[in-house]
Design a binder for this molecule. Sequence first.
Ligand SMILES: Cc1cc2nc3c(=O)[nH]c(=O)nc-3n(C[C@H](O)[C@H](O)[C@H](O)COP(=O)(O)O)c2cc1C
Length: 181
Amino acid sequence: MDVDRCIQTRRSVRKYLSKKISWDKLKEILDSARYAPSAGNLQNWRFIVVQDSDLKKRISQLCSDQTWINGVPVLIVVCSYDKDLKIMYREKSETFSIQNTAAAIENMLLKANSLSIDSCWVGSYNEDRIKSILKIPNEVRMDAIITFGYGAEKEEMPKRIDLRNIVFYEEWGDSGKPKSY
Ligand SMILES: Cc1cc2nc3c(=O)[nH]c(=O)nc-3n(C[C@H](O)[C@H](O)[C@H](O)COP(=O)(O)O)c2cc1C
C-alpha cells in the first residue's frame, strides 16, 4: 500500500470481528513503533499487549464505559517511562514524552492499516485504576489505549478541515498564498 493511501484510508474503527490477529502481524505492528522519532532518541515508550477477556472487560468499563472496547481482539496500552527524559530535558520532558509516544502510536496505526488491520486510539480512561489493574508502576505514565482488530464495517472518513484554513504563511493568521508559490 503506498504511503498516501495508507495515511488517508486509516480510520478509527469501533466495531470488530472476533477474528484474531496473528502474533506475526501483531509483532510487526509493535515493531513499527520502534522506528518513530524520539527526543534525544530516548525511546521512552513501553507497550502492554492485552488480550485477556476479563482484563479487556474491566478496562472497557474504565474507558468512560466505552463498552465496544470489550469486543476488540487486542488492546495495546501505551506507556512512557520518563526517567532519562527528565534528566535530559527537565521542564520540556513531559511534552517531549507525549510527542514521542504519539509518534510511535501513529506508526502502529499506519502499519496496522497497511496489514488491513483496523484500530482506534482511545484517550478517555481512568488512568489510576487501569494502572492498578495492569500493575503499571507509579513513575510510569499511561498515554493511550489502542484497539486493534479486523473491522466489522467500513467507517466513513470524518470531515477534514480544508488545508487553507489550517496553514498560515510567514506569520500566524496570514492565510494568503506564499509569494514563492
Ligand atoms: C488523543 C486521542 C484520543 C482519542 N480518544 C478516543 C476515545 O476515547 N474514544 C474513541 O472512540 N475515539 C477516540 N479517538 C479517535 C478520534 O475520535 C478519531 O481519530 C477522530 O474522530 C477522527 O477519525 P479517524 O481517526 O477515523 O480519522 C481519539 C483520538 C485521539 C488522537
